[in-house]
Design a binder for this molecule. Structure first.
Ligand code: FPP
Length: 249
């Protein structure tokens, strides 16, 4: 029997995979438990995905852990999620270092409690020289906010004379986003059978292939990642061209 992993074409790996981890609440409800139980079990799926991506040789993995809109959730859920982030970072730091993973965070850090920012910055600093997988956690992140703050900083640079208005093109704009220097995701996975982008990487996902999985996030395992990559590799990415043109490229 051929293993799913053996069907992956390593010369056609997506360089950057982004994941909308969804379905923790429903997973818990199905078990008659509180939503927080779902988030706790979601950590296992995070570990599997990070490990799986690293083992395959994927260069960038972005996980949508907490959106700007998630601040509207009940206070006790937010607090539990923040505690879960800190305890996971604490327990996983050495494994990240051992596995040569570089940690990055994108989002509105000003909204996050100081103790979390401090903790994150320490791990970011400790892993900044690592050359394996770059793990990007989107925390207190919203794409419209990211685009608006980029526009604000661009206009500031135009007013101060650092940048000319006519120099603003797609590449310049990308350089003002939090993902500057990081290639756009080639593959987006959203779990739990929902078909939405939920304000995630709206600029960066312009040409991304999207895979929607029915699996609820706490059940997501390496095999689900492999399956998404295999599906991605079977697709033809045309970037606006025709199939015939691609054959000549
Ligand atoms: C969405 O499920 C999930 C989240 C808002 C949180 C994801 C966070 C984790 C998995 C915790 C740990 C993360 C890291 C990076 C250490 P939902 O609550 O919206 O589920 P529902 O749609 O079924 O209600």
């Amino acid at each position: 029997m051929t293993l799913l992993k053996d069907k992956i074409n390593y010369s056609k790996l997506p360089c950057h995979v982004a994941v909308i981890m969804d379905g923790n609440g429903r997973w818990a409800r199905e078990r008659g438990s509180h939503r927080i139980f779902g988030h706790q079990n979601g950590v296992k799926a995070v570990k599997e995905t990070v490990e799986g991506a690293g083992e395959l040789g994927i260069k960038y993995l972005t996980l949508y852990a907490f959106s700007k809109e998630n601040w509207l959730r009940p206070h006790e859920e937010i607090e539990a999620l923040m505690n879960l982030m800190v305890s996971t970072i604490n327990s996983e730091t050495e494994t990240l270092i051992k596995n040569n993973v570089r940690l990055m965070v994108i989002g509105d850090m000003q909204n996050l409690p100081g103790y979390i920012v401090e903790k994150l910055n320490k791990v970011i600093e400790r892993t900044c020289e690592n050359s394996g997988l770059t793990l990007i956690i989107a925390l207190s992140y919203g794409a419209r906010w990211e685009i608006a703050q980029a526009a604000r900083r661009i206009s500031g640079d135009v007013v101060s004379g650092k940048l000319k208005a006519e120099e603003i093109d797609e590449a310049t704009f990308s350089g003002y986003l939090l993902t500057r220097g990081i290639p756009d995701p080639e593959l987006l996975i959203r779990t739990s059978g929902e078909f939405r982008l939920s304000n995630f990487l709206l600029w960066q996902l312009a040409y991304t292939e999207m895979i929607f999985s029915k699996t609820l996030w706490p059940d997501f395992r390496k095999e689900h990642l492999y399956k998404a990559i295999i599906d991605f590799q079977e697709r033809e990415r045309r970037f606006g061209k025709t199939s015939e043109q691609l054959k000549c490229d």
